[in-house]
Design a protein around this ligand. Structure first.
Ligand SMILES: Nc1nc2c(ncn2[C@@H]2O[C@H](COP(=O)(O)OP(=O)(O)OP(=O)(O)O)[C@@H](O)[C@H]2O)c(=O)[nH]1
Length: 322
């Protein structure tokens, strides 16, 4: 990934409702099952961030569904997409590892194709490795008539009963092409998310470079609890995101270097906290989100600097990326 210089974000989430749910979902299924198309339909726009993912990415955010009452973060699960290219224990480890980080799984099975060995393989992997709700999504319903759809729903339900002790958590027919039941899929997935504050700021995330999202996560963490004192006085600049040299392929680390600019030394003291305690908390909190976003371990290097009156100084604004 190329270093991203001078990206600044000024975004803040508001309070969230008491029953807000947020979590991670992975859509799995054999090639051509309709995962990408359904992801785009759920998110409601084209998703572009995958092109910027680093080599080391274990899972990548494909899109985020924002609602008043919930947030659904759709992530990739490598391994289940290409089961035949990976073998044995390595696949088991990879799948178990990635699935351990999601709250529910949407298992895509096309309405217009008989359930095959590839589907059965994935179902068994999910049953063996993931103690998570698995929702069967019978995709591409626009390609079949009602009778054929009914038959496929029965076959899918039977597969669930055969492979999982309690069957699939739900079986939902959907067409990403004509929009049939896309809202229902969102509802069903959200109902399986834990009660949680939003995981990411709302807004147009998917078309933005990862550095911008990283900056957002840090800004959110840095403003938590002190929003009244310095809401507009904080600029977050991601100086660089680089892979740590000399790390083995299976244990990668990204160095993320970030400057936080405030306008006065009193604000710097607020951000840093007593003995640096608050800044450490900010770093820990932001790092979790960044690791989830980038799918790899991260070393987060935060520096707080004073850029006097940066909001009023055009030269400073340019330097800070505005
Ligand atoms: N008619 C129809 N076609 C669909 C629908 N969803 C996906 N397709 C088509 O099915 C094909 C595969 O869809 P993708 O979304 O790329 O499937 P995928 O599971 O992401 O595929 P891989 O990336 O190979 O794993 C594409 O040609 C889509 O246009 C649908 O709801 N209706």
């Amino acid at each position: 990934m190329s270093p991203n210089k001078g990206k600044v974000v000024a975004m803040a989430t508001e309070g969230w409702p008491e029953n807000y749910r947020a979590g991670f979902v992975s859509l799995v299924g054999r090639p051509n099952a309709g995962k990408s198309t359904l992801t785009n339909a759920l998110v409601g726009q084209k998703v572009a961030i995958t092109s910027a993912k680093p080599q080391t990415t274990r899972h990548t955010i494909r899109g985020i569904v924002h609602r008043e009452d919930a947030q659904l973060v759709l992530v990739d699960t490598p391994g289940l997409h290409r089961p035949r290219t990976l073998l044995g224990q390595r696949l088991n480890d990879l799948v178990a590892d990635t699935l351990s980080e999601v709250d529910a799984i949407g298992f895509c099975l096309p309405a217009n194709e008989k359930i095959g060995p590839g589907d059965r393989f994935i179902a068994n992997q999910l049953a063996a490795l993931a103690n998570k709700p698995v929702i069967a999504l019978v995709t591409k319903t626009d390609l079949v008539d009602r009778a054929a759809l009914a038959e496929q729903l029965l076959a899918v339900t039977a597969l669930g009963a055969e492979v999982f002790p309690d069957g699939f958590a739900d079986v939902v027919p959907v067409s990403a092409a004509d929009g049939f039941q896309v809202g229902t899929v969102t509802d069903v997935l959200i109902s399986r998310m834990p009660l949680s504050p939003p995981l990411y700021p709302s807004g147009e995330l998917t078309d933005e470079p990862e550095a911008v999202m990283v900056a957002e996560l840090i800004r959110e963490a840095a403003l938590e609890g002190v929003r009244d004192e310095l809401p507009h006085s904080l600029a977050v600049v991601v100086e660089e995101i680089v892979p740590r040299e000399g790390r083995s392929e299976d244990n990668p680390l990204l160095d993320v270097r970030v400057n936080l600019f405030v306008e006065r030394s009193s604000q710097k003291a607020i951000i840093i906290g007593k003995g640096g305690a608050r800044l450490r908390d900010v770093g820990t909190k932001a790092r979790r989100g960044i690791e989830a976003l980038l799918g790899t371990r991260v070393y987060l290097d935060l520096h707080v600097k004073i850029a006097k009156d940066w909001q009023r100084d055009p030269k400073q604004l340019v330097r800070l990326g505005f």
